[in-house]
Design a binder for this molecule. Structure first.
Ligand code: NAG
Length: 280
């Protein structure tokens, strides 16, 4: 069907730019499967490492939609710079009280990626090719432990979990950090293959094919009636009901319907009322 083809072509063209951006802003495509994580909110996972009498609170913060939005009351000196997408702040505590300043502030990934540090996507499938999720690797950070500089990256393993919207308390987990690669695990239904198909099209601002079809038919009928009436008015000097195109047929419509119903009832009752067929 022609209109359907051109509509899907149009929507493909509209979707393309969203999925070909270099920065990770919540959408991704891998192996022909599209993912949309835009409903996931920025979050922090805290890992506490105890070494009596002190302890260290390691706060990993990630915003899947772009750069981290810091609370107003967080001192700029105690957090990653603006433009960071994944940040680790290691803050020592002594005797139940936070030290005056963090020990390490580590930018792990930047929201704006340079050409050589674009996000990488790897789809996760089981042996039956079923989609289990998506690995997103974000780069751009660098940090010096002592003399040695370490390039930083974060591998976020988005795992399909139909029962988890992704913003629950247990959704984000820190798997590990080895001074250069942070591994996160994020359980969410948005990592399931059918996630995009399931969202109602209305909420995306695009109309379904059927809605368009109804609108087009309505406009076509309206245009036909208006143009036909105008023609009848000007050419034949018609007035009143006669203005409508095919006004004869329209006027006969109730009788035609009645006749059709009578014939249908006759056929159904099997009375074989063939005599009735001569009506038209
Ligand atoms: C995805 O990330 C996890 C955790 O970092 C890793 O173990 C796994 O090998 C990665 N898989 C692929 C296909 O990249």
């Amino acid at each position: 069907m022609r209109p359907q083809t051109s509509l899907s072509l149009l929507s493909t063209l509209l979707l393309l730019p969203i999925f070909s951006l270099a920065d990770f802003t919540g959408t991704a495509e891998a192996d022909g499967v599209k993912f949309d994580f835009k409903e996931l909110k920025q979050r922090s996972a805290v890992v506490v490492v105890k070494e009596e009498p002190s302890e260290t609170k390691k706060t990993y913060t990630i915003n899947p939609n772009g750069e981290i939005e810091w609370e107003k009351d967080v001192d700029k000196a105690n957090r990653c710079a603006d433009g960071t997408q994944v940040c680790l702040v290691e803050w020592p505590w002594h005797d139940g009280k936070a030290d005056p300043a963090p020990l390490h502030i580590i930018p792990i990934a930047n929201a704006k990626s340079s050409k050589d540090s674009e996000p990488e996507y790897a789809i996760l499938r089981d042996s039956d090719k079923k989609v289990l999720g998506l690995n997103v690797t974000l780069h751009g950070g660098e940090y010096a432990y002592g003399e040695e500089k370490f390039k930083q990256s974060a591998v976020v393993e988005f795992l399909c979990d139909e029962k988890e919207d992704g913003n629950g308390d247990d959704a984000l987990k820190v798997v590990g950090y080895d001074r250069s690669t942070l591994r996160l695990e994020w359980k969410t239904k948005h990592a399931c293959e059918n996630a995009l198909k399931d969202t109602p099209s209305g909420s995306k601002g695009s109309w379904g094919f059927f809605t368009w079809f109804i609108v087009i038919v309505f406009l076509a009928v309206a245009a036909y009636l208006i143009f036909g009436s105008w023609l009848n008015y000007n050419k034949y000097g018609a007035r009143g009901w006669d203005l409508l195109p095919h006004s004869d047929t329209l006027r006969d419509l109730p009788y035609l319907i009645k006749d059709f119903l009578r014939r249908a009832v006759n056929t159904f009752q099997g009375s074989g009322g063939r005599g009735g067929y001569s009506a038209i």
